[in-house]
Design a protein around this ligand. Structure first.
Ligand SMILES: NC(=O)c1ccc[n+]([C@@H]2O[C@H](COP(=O)([O-])OP(=O)(O)OC[C@H]3O[C@@H](n4cnc5c(N)ncnc54)[C@H](OP(=O)(O)O)[C@@H]3O)[C@@H](O)[C@H]2O)c1
Length: 250
C-alpha cells in the first residue's frame, strides 16, 4: 500500500506512471497537472484512489507550496513515494548552438522546479510514519551523464538533468546525517526512464544519431519504473539508475 505523488501526469511517462501505479488497488495516487481544465485522458480515469491537483514547476516556491496545501485533506497520512517527473526539453538547437535563453528556461523548469518540489513536499513526505519506507525519485535522463558516450550534448536539457543527479546525491547525504529516522532510512534516486516514445522522446528516436537504439513505449517504461520504485532500497540511495534499477554513470 503506497501513496504516490506523480508530477507532470497530463501526458507521456507521467500519465503512464499514474495508470501503472493504479493497477494495484491498494495504492493511492496524487497526480499533478498544470491545468485541470486541459487534461484529457487523465480526467477520464474513474478511480476513487486517484486525486488530481494543479502544479506548475516554473512557479515560485510559495506558489508551489500553495498547490500542495490540499494534500493534508486528500492524503492525511502523507505521501510515501514521490516521482518528480515534470520536465521540458524544448527550444534547444541540438546540433549547433547554445542559446542562454533556452538554457535558462530549461534549468528553471527542470532543475529549480525539482528543487522547489522537493522543498515544498518535505512536510508531506517526511512527516508521517505509516511503516512504509519513504522514497523520492527524480526523473532524470542519460543526457545528464557527463561520462556516458552520447552522440549529442544539449547543454540546457543535459545540464539540468546533471544538476538533478547532483542534487539527489546531496539530499541522500543530508538524509544519511539526519536525526529524522524517516529521512535517514529513505531512498532518494535519479532515474533515467529509457528512450521513450512520448511527445518529448519520439522525435529523438527519429534522429539519425539514435537509429538502432532501442526505445520503450510510455506504458513499457512506466511498468519498469513502478517495479523499480517498489523494489529500490538504500543501495540506490543518492544514485543515478536506469529503468530497471541498474547503476548508470554520472
Ligand atoms: N521521453 C524520453 O525519452 C525521456 C528520456 C529521458 C528522460 N525523460 C524525462 O521524463 C520526464 C517526462 O518526459 P515525457 O517524455 O513524458 O515528456 P512529455 O510527453 O513532454 O510530458 C512532459 C510532462 O511534463 C509536464 N510539464 C511540462 N512543464 C511543466 C511545468 N512547468 N510544470 C508542471 N508540469 C510540466 C507536461 O505537462 P503539459 O501537458 O501541461 O505540458 C507533461 O505532462 C521528463 O522529466 C523528461 O525529461 C524523458
Amino acid at each position: 500500500m503506497t501513496t504516490y505523488l506523480i508530477t507532470g501526469a497530463n501526458r507521456g511517462i507521467g500519465l503512464s506512471l499514474v495508470k501503472e501505479a493504479l493497477k494495484d488497488s491498494n495504492n493511492t495516487v496524487v497526480a499533478t497537472v498544470r491545468d485541470k481544465s486541459k487534461t484529457s485522458e487523465l480526467s477520464t480515469i474513474s478511480n476513487k484512489n486517484l486525486h488530481i491537483i494543479e502544479l506548475d514547476t516554473s512557479q515560485t516556491l510559495e506558489e508551489i507550496k500553495a498547490s500542495f496545501s490540499v494534500l493534508d485533506s486528500i492524503v492525511p497520512n502523507g505521501v510515501d513515494t514521490v516521482v518528480q517527473n515534470a520536465g521540458i526539453a524544448e527550444g534547444e538547437d541540438l546540433q549547433l548552438k547554445v542559446f542562454s535563453k533556452h538554457v535558462e528556461k530549461i534549468f528553471h523548469v527542470n532543475f529549480l522546479g525539482s528543487v522547489k518540489v522537493y522543498e515544498a513536499l518535505e512536510p508531506y513526505w517526511l512527516s508521517k510514519d505509516n511503516g512504509v519506507q519513504k522514497k523520492f525519485f527524480f526523473i532524470s535522463s542519460i543526457f545528464g551523464s557527463i561520462t556516458y558516450p552520447l552522440p549529442l550534448r544539449p547543454v540546457g536539457y543535459g545540464g539540468s538533468k546533471a544538476a538533478i543527479n547532483y542534487f539527489v546525491s546531496s539530499v541522500a547525504l543530508f538524509g544519511s546525517k539526519s536525526t529524522n529516522e524517516l529521512f535517514k532510512n529513505s531512498v532518494v534516486s535519479a532515474i533515467h526512464p529509457g528512450l521513450v516514445t512520448t511527445d518529448m522522446g519520439g522525435p529523438v528516436t527519429r534522429m539519425p544519431e539514435f537509429q538502432g537504439i532501442p526505445s520503450l513505449t510510455p506504458e513499457e517504461s512506466a511498468a519498469l519504473l513502478v517495479s523499480t520504485f517498489s523494489k529500490s532500497d538504500q543501495s540506490v540511495n543518492g544514485k543515478f539508475i536506469g529503468p530497471e534499477g541498474e547503476l548508470l554513470p554520472i
